[in-house]
Design a protein. Structure first.
Length: 321
């Protein structure tokens, strides 16, 4: 069994968009002005931007991403468990077999540790509404796990249970997610004589519903990215350094049976649980590369690695129209 997302955390970070602005040679600017307007009429004010010498990407994009994230989580409140069978379930004269009557306990939040690992495939559809403003939608499938470990030393109302007992609840799950995001992009000359820098601000909201446990995952993402874009022959290569803020909240409910675990079955057999969790760290750094190629540079390859407080890896391919 199991309960994320990214999370989708993902999900969070699927923002490898081409820069909206780049200075162009005069010949290229003339070619752009002679090119018929895009069928979508997007981006609005695009003709004015091209007239000022800015290169704009094709306005509509479809991308497919693979995302993997490993992160630690915390319990937001005390961990609620109900136990049937075993010593904690309330032994009777008939023994310690489950009888359908559950005893309730609350494990202090500080005694709960949680590690999560998620792998997802995400489809992103985006559009440049204005030369500096992009909006996108995400749809994805996630396979993940949460490894919950709760110490029982400080639980009130326990019968005579030895110290050092840890309640392990491994949760495996799949989830479907959807989300909306937006990007603001621009170009600045930070240092005279240097190649211009591309600046992007990203925000997104993602919601996921797990299919194997009763769990909803809500993820809020904000990112500030700074990088540069270079010509590589007729193609484009861009690098970005990103500061990411990702807030993940998830409620996990379900049950777990320890009857096949010799070390724990005498203490507890059937365990129902209810836990609100959140990502332990919300701030991270990432480095990414984006390579545009093909006719009109409308194909792209994207890779991102996140580090500092958690690790994530994103690999993607996209096509613009």
């Amino acid at each position: 069994m199991r309960a994320t997302f990214r999370y989708l955390t993902a999900l969070a970070v699927l923002t490898g968009l081409p820069a909206a602005h780049a200075e162009q040679p005069l010949a290229t600017t003339v070619d752009q002005q002679l090119t018929p307007a895009h069928w979508s009429r997007l981006p609005l004010l695009g003709e004015q931007a091209r007239a000022r010498g800015h290169e704009l990407p094709s306005p509509i994009g479809v991308s497919l991403f693979f995302n993997q994230i490993n992160a630690d989580y915390i319990a937001k409140d005390d961990f609620s468990v109900q136990v049937d069978g075993g010593l904690l379930g309330g032994c009777t004269l008939k023994g310690c077999e489950p009888d359908g009557n559950f005893n309730s306990y609350y494990i202090p939040a500080e005694d709960v540790s949680i590690n999560g690992d998620d792998r997802s495939v995400q489809l992103k559809i985006d559009a440049w509404i204005l030369p500096f403003w992009n909006v996108y939608a995400l749809f994805g499938h996630t396979e993940g796990s949460k490894d919950i470990r709760a110490k029982l030393d400080n639980v009130e109302g326990l019968p005579n249970v030895p110290d050092g007992i840890v309640l392990p609840i491994p949760i495996d799950y799949t989830a479907t997610n959807y989300g909306l995001g937006t990007v603001l992009a621009g170009q600045v000359d930070l240092v005279e004589g240097w190649h211009p820098f591309v600046v992007m601000g990203v925000g997104a909201l993602v919601k996921a519903k797990t299919n194997t446990t009763d769990s909803i995952i809500k993820t809020r993402i904000a990112s500030l990215r700074l990088g540069q874009r270079y010509d590589v022959g007729s193609n484009k290569l861009a690098w970005f350094l990103a500061y990411n803020h990702q807030n993940v909240n998830q409620r996990v409910t379900g049950s777990y049976n320890f009857s096949g675990v010799p070390q724990l079955a005498p203490i507890m057999e059937e365990v129902r649980f209810d836990l609100d969790l959140a990502k332990e760290e919300t701030e991270n750094l990432a480095i990414s590369l984006n390579y545009d190629f093909g006719r009109g540079n409308n194909w792209s390859l994207y890779a991102e690695y996140g580090f500092l407080n958690w690790q994530h890896l994103i690999i993607g391919i996209g096509r613009r129209f």
